[in-house]
Design a protein around this ligand. Structure first.
Ligand SMILES: *Cc1c(COP(=O)(O)O)cnc(C)c1O
Length: 238
């Protein structure tokens, strides 16, 4: 069982990397312009070790305590200073401190208060937290992410905070299966990003695309796909 799991995580990573390279070619993207974030939420340390052994260095976590436990485990037991930890889940304002103290990136900033707290709580000895604004591109269908017409004001605020570096935008579109509908939602985010990029040239990251909609995200300009199930298998929330 252990052995076949290990093989499958390595094989899945290889397959995803191939699919990313193929989509880059198909949609005339520069080669290696799309990074792979492995979403390891709910998955054990052992699964993450297998992914690291297969060359994966960037990991995404959704739950604060689980993510912090994993970060601290790898800091203590592994000499993997090249690992990069991304917080991608919803953020409650009373949970910002452990995020600011442990993670390298945050994808899910959706309001001023969260940005301000992460800035104030980022330890001085760490580099600035690399952050993305999560945008709602599904209208009423989703509650997560800031409304599109409020993105610019939040970007302006974050840009003034010294302990945060605004790197781009993230979205989780409505779960639809056809490529054209997926593409339409991702194009909305890409359009906002290109307007913001003109104002803030350091904004170089578009975090979009998951296991079910990766090619459309890459076609629309994603620079970071967040892949869980296709690497680690289905999640068990019991
Ligand atoms: C769980 C999750 C993912 C990964 O989703 P899969 O469909 O398993 O690839 C990506 N992004 C966010 C924000 C998530 O919560």
């Amino acid at each position: 069982m252990m052995c076949s799991d290990k093989n499958s995580i390595q094989q899945n990573l290889e397959q995803i990397r191939q699919q990313i390279r193929a989509a880059e070619q198909q949609y005339s993207r520069h080669s290696n312009s799309v990074q792979l974030l492995a979403v390891s939420k709910t998955k054990p340390i052992e699964a993450i070790k297998q992914a690291i052994d297969a060359g994966q260095t960037q990991f995404g976590e959704n739950y604060v305590q689980e993510g912090v436990d994993k970060i601290q485990y790898f800091a203590q037991h592994y000499n993997h200073s090249e690992l990069e930890w991304h917080f991608i889940g919803p953020i409650q304002s009373n949970k910002t401190r452990p995020i600011a103290e442990n993670f390298d990136w945050v994808h899910s900033i959706d309001r001023e208060k969260i940005a301000q707290r992460l800035n104030d709580q980022r330890p001085a000895e760490l580099p600035p937290l690399q952050v993305l604004i999560q945008v709602n591109t599904s209208g009423e269908a989703s509650k997560s992410g800031i409304q599109q017409d409020e993105v610019f004001a939040l970007a302006e605020l974050i840009n003034r905070l010294p302990n945060l570096t605004l790197r781009g935008l993230m979205s989780i579109p409505e779960n639809v299966s056809d490529h054209q509908s997926q593409l339409a939602a991702f194009n909305q985010l890409a359009e906002i990003q290109s307007k913001l990029h003109a104002l803030y040239p350091q904004m170089d990251t578009l975090s979009m695309g998951m296991s079910g909609d990766m090619p459309a995200a890459i076609e629309a300009g994603s620079t970071m796909v967040r892949i869980g199930t296709a690497i680690f298998g289905a999640r068990d929330y019991r």
